[in-house]
Each structure stands twice: as structure tokens, then as C-alpha cells.
Design a protein around this ligand. Structure first.
Ligand code: MSP
Length: 479
């Protein structure tokens, strides 16, 4: 393995909405892009099951918990399959391989003297699965879930996060790119600089709460807090030894869970004597028509519904092109249609159809780029895409590909290929256009794998020549 990338593992109390799809598609584009660079990629995703939310959701659905989680895990995995996610491992936190690693890590934290029993008192929001500060409440309610938190007083195991303040800051200083984008790294740093409090790492197991989590080794009346269990999934996928040799290169996460990944997780790994991940990349939040989406509010947009109406690649394209990575973004039907018609139907789709129709008429063509002009456009695209992908600037990487499409369109128009009488000249330009289209397909493949495949399949090598065959319309116009 050369490159190990992860998505968060998703709660199974609901089905995916486009916010989850966005995080996963980002990771997929990165994973696929790395693979095109010749790297052997491990790409993990999965579901987070050991939470009280799961118990509540199963009850609400009137299902036995095992059957419910099996069904939901399959729902998530099927969604990712439909969206072309090239994961190499799908982890469920109820799997035995995971329980073993969680117990091992717990033992390491304990052996390091970083776990102790203490009294916990706090306001607990079930929707968040976290204790919530009084100052964050609005009219006594959790502002996101609009429910009153429970007052909880109980004995818990605590993790000595406070001991790791200095070590974390040292680590951040030595790893300038540990969190991207840089502004989020600043927030993380500022948070740690304020001083860290120890965090509760277990829950008392009782009816209605923590019935379902992983029991604390040698203390079955306590369940491991769902986050302390969930983060460990990244080790489970690699295997302990695997992680020691090659920890994750990138954890892709949403900004809501950045602190867990950039503060608590590295501290846990330090305590366990294990290597730290290379980077945590945080995306912003997606709204729909300007309104925040959340499982609890039930206003999510179904990515499978969008994929069925516009196509998987159109959805992937929209999200990666429209959202500036790291910033919040917005989905609306109108913007989706606009991008679809302008960039896909009139842009890539039309260019591919033009080139392949002309080339098909011509028959066999020489292989490869022929002129300096198009070779330059080709190199500019490659260079920019590489640079932007390394910087998580997906929208700009796509813009660079669309620059090459615009170049190609201009090239066809300026040369008026269909009017050229001189056969050698016409063949040269057509060969150029086909080679450029092929390069565009290769660059676009991590973002739009299906479309890239269709274009590539339309261009067949025949000895030193190529033969083009016009495919069906790639992106039929939508009204
Ligand atoms: N189970 C935890 C993660 C554990 S990782 C060790 C969890 N799950 S979640 O299902 O609630 O959300 C996971 C992620 O989904 C978020 O961090 C974020 O990446 C993504 N998103 C959820 N809603 C989103 C939007 N509205 N917009 C963009 N991403 C969103 O938290």
C-alpha cells in the first residue's frame, strides 16, 4: 500500500443525504486520482453502529437491533456502490475484528496511565452523542436537534487529554499541513492553546443509555464512548501492524468532527504509542436552498434520487465543481440544472460528440498529439490538475480541465475542421482533437469515472492508428 485514505464512518440511524455523499465523493476523487498516479490505494469507509442512536432508531423502526443494523449497513454500502465509490474496505464497528482492536487500544491507554475513573455531570444531547455546554443551548434546547438535553451524573472513565496539550502543539508545529484547509488548522490550534480538559471516554451502561456500546474491558458496567470506539476504525482497517507501518495518509472529515480527528485522535495515538495520520482534511457543510440539512430535521436530499435523475457523474461533478473545498456550499435544483446544461451537456458532452463524429467520418487517424498548440494545452491541463489536486482544490482542478475543453472547442471552430479540403491537414487536426479528448477523459476520470470510461471506449487503438466511434449522447439536455 502506498496511500491510505479514509472517510468518516457514518451513523446508521438514517440513510445517506448529499452531505454524506459529498464527503465520500471527495475521498473517492482523491483515492482515484492517487491511483492514476500509479499508487496502490487503500480507501476505507463504513458505518458507526455502537451508538445509543442506533438503539433508538431500531426501536422506532420496530426492528430487532441486529437486523436493523444489518439492513442499514447494506443501505449505506449500496449507496456508495451506486455512486461509484471505489472503497477497498467497508467497516462496521460491530465486527469482531474491530472489537479486538478497540480492546487492544483501550488496554494501551490504560497501561499508559491515561484512563481514570471520575464523576461526570453534564447535559447530554442524544442527537449529537455528546455532552453539550449550557452556554450552547438556545431556550434550553440543543440548537441543532431542538430537543432538551438530559442531565446526567454518573461515573465514567476519563482520558487525560489535558496531558497532551504541549505534545499536540509541538506536533502541529512540526507538521504545518496536518489540517487542511489552513484556516481550520488555525481554529484547531487556537482551541488547543486555550487548554484542554480531560474527556469522558465511557458511559454507564443502563436501560435507555449505552445499552449497546462495546463493554469496557474488565468493567462490564461501562460501555466505551462511541467516539473512542469509532476513531479506532481506522486502525482496524489497516490492522495494528499495518497501521504501525503505514498510518492513514489522509482522514477526510466534515468540519463538525474535525476536533475529534485533529485533537482527540492524535492524543489517543500518542498515548497508545502509535504513529499519527499524515493529514486531516475537513470539508465545510452543504446546505439545500440555503437551509442546513440534518438527519434529525429530516430535510436531507437523497443522493440516489439525484443520481437517478441527472446521472451519477453529473452529481459528482456538481458537488466537486460547485463547492470550494473547505467552505460551506449549497445545493439547489436550479444550480444543478444550470451546471448540468452549461458544463456537461454543452461543455464536455458536446465537445466529445463533435470530435468523435468528425473523427468517425474520417476513419483511421494517427495516434497522439500532433501540434504544438494542443500539446501546450495538454501540458497546462496536466500541470494544473496535479497542482490543484495536491491542494484539495477540486473545483479549480475541474476548471483546468474545462479550460482544455474550451481550447478544444475553439480549435474546432477556428480551424473549421469540416471545411478543410487538404486531407493531411484535416487528419492532423482531427488526430490532435481525439488525443486531446482522450487526455481530457483521463484527467476527468477520478471525478467522473463512468463518463471517462465511455469516452475512452469510443477511441480504439489499431496498430499505430486510432479509430473513433461516436458514443450515445453523454449528457442529454435537461429542461
Ligand atoms: N459517526 C460519526 C463519525 C465518526 S468518524 C470516526 C459521524 N457520523 S455522521 O453520519 O453524523 O456524519 C459524518 C460526516 O458526514 C460528517 O463529518 C461530514 O463529513 C458528513 N456530513 C454530514 N452532514 C453534512 C453536510 N450537511 N454537509 C457536508 N458534510 C456533511 O459524525
Amino acid at each position: 500500500m502506498d496511500f491510505y485514505i479514509t472517510t468518516p464512518i457514518y451513523y446508521v440511524n438514517d440513510k445517506p443525504h448529499i452531505g454524506h455523499a459529498y464527503t465520500t465523493i471527495v475521498a473517492d476523487a482523491l483515492a482515484r486520482w492517487r491511483a492514476t498516479q500509479g499508487e496502490h490505494v487503500t480507501f476505507s469507509t463504513g458505518v458507526d453502529e455502537n451508538s445509543q442512536k442506533t438503539v433508538d432508531a431500531a426501536k422506532k423502526a420496530g426492528q430487532e437491533i441486529g437486523a436493523y443494523t444489518d439492513h442499514m449497513a447494506e443501505t449505506w454500502e449500496a449507496a456508495w456502490r451506486t455512486l461509484g465509490i471505489s472503497y477497498t474496505d467497508f467497516i462496521r464497528t460491530t465486527e469482531e475484528r474491530h472489537l479486538e482492536v478497540v480492546r487492544d487500544i483501550w488496554g494501551r491507554l490504560e497501561a499508559a496511565g491515561d484512563l481514570y475513573k471520575g464523576m461526570y455531570e453534564g447535559l447530554y444531547c442524544k442527537g449529537h452523542e455528546v455532552f453539550i455546554k449550557e452556554s450552547d443551548l438556545v431556550d434550553g434546547l440543543c440548537p441543532e436537534h431542538k430537543t432538551a438535553p438530559e442531565v446526567v451524573r454518573e461515573e465514567n472513565y476519563f482520558f487525560k487529554l489535558s496531558e497532551y496539550q504541549e505534545k499536540l502543539l509541538e506536533f502541529y508545529n512540526a507538521h504545518e499541513d496536518f489540517v487542511v484547509p489552513a484556516n481550520r488548522f488555525k481554529e484547531v490550534r487556537a482551541f488547543v492553546e486555550q487548554g484542554l480538559e480531560d474527556v469522558s471516554f465511557s458511559r454507564e451502561r443502563k436501560e435507555g443509555r449505552a445499552e449497546w456500546g462495546i463493554p469496557v474491558p474488565n468493567d462490564p458496567h461501562q460501555a466505551i464512548y462511541v467516539w473512542a470506539d469509532a476513531l479506532v476504525n481506522y486502525i482496524t482497517v489497516a490492522g495494528l501492524e499495518g497501521w504501525e507501518n503505514h498510518p492513514a495518509d489522509v482522514h477526510t472529515v466534515g468540519k463538525d468532527i474535525l476536533r475529534f480527528h485533529a485533537v482527540i485522535w492524535p492524543a489517543m495515538l500518542m498515548s497508545a504509542g502509535l504513529p499519527l495520520p499524515g493529514q486531516v482534511a475537513a470539508n465545510g457543510f452543504l446546505t439545500v436552498d440555503g437551509i442546513k440539512m440534518s438527519k434529525s430535521l429530516g430535510n436531507g436530499v437523497d443522493p440516489l434520487d439525484l443520481a437517478a435523475r441527472y446521472g451519477v457523474d453529473a452529481l459528482r461533478y456538481f458537488l466537486l465543481r460547485e463547492v470550494q473545498y473547505g467552505e460551506d456550499g449549497d445545493y439547489s435544483e436550479l444550480k444543478m440544472k444550470e451546471r448540468y446544461n452549461a458544463d456537461l451537456a454543452n461543455g464536455l458532452g458536446n465537445f466529445a460528440a463533435r470530435v468523435l463524429t468528425l473523427a468517425e467520418k474520417e476513419g483511421k487517424l494517427p495516434m497522439g498529439l500532433q501540434t504544438k498548440e494542443s500539446t501546450q494545452a495538454f501540458h497546462a491541463m496536466g500541470r494544473t490538475v496535479r497542482e490543484k489536486m495536491s491542494a484539495y482544490k477540486f473545483s479549480e482542478a475541474l476548471a483546468a480541465i474545462w479550460d482544455a475543453i474550451a481550447f478544444g472547442d475553439r480549435y474546432v471552430n477556428d480551424k473549421k475542421v469540416w471545411e478543410i479540403k487538404d486531407e493531411a491537414e484535416r487528419r492532423e487536426i482531427l488526430a490532435d482533437l481525439v488525443a486531446l479528448l482522450e487526455a481530457i477523459a483521463a484527467e476527468v476520470a477520478p471525478f467522473m469515472p463512468e463518463t471517462a470510461g465511455k469516452i475512452k471506449a469510443a477511441i480504439v487503438a489499431d496498430g499505430d492508428s486510432i479509430v473513433a466511434k461516436k458514443p450515445d449522447i453523454l449528457f442529454p439536455r435537461i429542461h
